[in-house]
Design a protein around this ligand. Structure first.
Ligand SMILES: CC(C)(COP(=O)(O)OP(=O)(O)OC[C@H]1O[C@@H](n2cnc3c(N)ncnc32)[C@H](O)[C@@H]1OP(=O)(O)O)[C@@H](O)C(=O)NCCC(=O)NCCS
Length: 207
């Protein structure tokens, strides 16, 4: 029997995770929990309540969880709570991902369809690599960071913990993006980005 998994977060990223799990064929999602659970279901899966439902699920043998929260800091905080409870957070990679043999992906990371992970890429714990992103050789995507859809991280780019790379952005080789920084949608990063900075445009400037 496939291992069972609960999804934390019944929003847009939760829907992406449900589709990923269906394409992957397991683990089997049993439902979702959310801070503000609506009644009913999402894509055919039951909404099981708030995090208060989690100990009961664990006791019923649901050992795995996926934190499907787009906000990076909130995802990291939720992961600490769930691992403390005893859940295991597997890395989830869509079957269409092209992953070099030397690329590594940390626990709780989610890698969505058609991503390319090149040689020696490191995707840290709880990171999200969104649809169609390309992480070239030696890229490091930090803990609970998020690389948006279609973004391109050229060789050797380093992205700090909880940073967000917006959809379609591109970062030049070996650029460093600081912890918690935000790179706007469509930006072209030609210089290092300071921790916590918000940059955008072509070339990217502080907004
Ligand atoms: C950069 C960003 C964080 C700014 O968000 P915000 O603080 O809400 O900013 P606003 O939308 O109020 O815009 C503020 C200014 O920045 C500009 N701006 C916003 N996003 C920009 C971008 N990506 N590139 C260039 N300029 C941008 C706006 O035009 C506006 O300029 P103005 O004051 O001259 O009118 C946001 O626009 C963004 O790009 N987020 C990335 C989201 C994403 O791609 N996520 C992927 C996950 S699916």
């Amino acid at each position: 029997m496939a291992e069972r998994l609960v999804i934390l977060g019944a929003g847009g990223h939760g829907r992406a995770v449900i589709e990923l799990l269906r394409d992957l064929g397991g683990p089997e999602p049993v439902g979702l929990v959310d801070a503000a659970p609506g009644a009913g279901a999402m894509l055919g899966l039951p909404i099981l309540g708030t995090e208060a439902a989690l100990p009961g699920l664990l006791a019923a043998g649901v050992r795995l969880a996926c934190i499907a929260i787009g906000d990076n800091a909130a995802r990291a905080a939720a992961a600490a709570r769930l691992t403390e409870l005893g859940f295991v957070l597997p890395a989830l990679l869509h079957p269409s991902v092209i992953r070099a043999g030397s690329a590594v992906v940390g626990a709780g990371a989610v890698v969505l369809p058609r991503v390319v992970l090149g040689a020696c890429v490191r995707v840290a714990l709880l990171a999200i690599v969104n649809t169609g992103a390309i992480l070239e050789h030696d890229v490091v995507l930090g803990e609970a960071a998020h690389c948006g859809p279609g973004a391109v991280l050229a060789g050797g780019v380093r992205v700090g913990a909880r940073a967000l790379i917006g959809a379609g952005a591109a970062c030049k080789p070996y650029a460093c993006i600081g912890e918690g920084a935000v790179v706007g949608t469509g930006a072209a990063v030609t210089r290092d980005v300071a921790p916590g900075a918000v940059v955008g445009g072509v070339p990217a400037r502080v907004l």
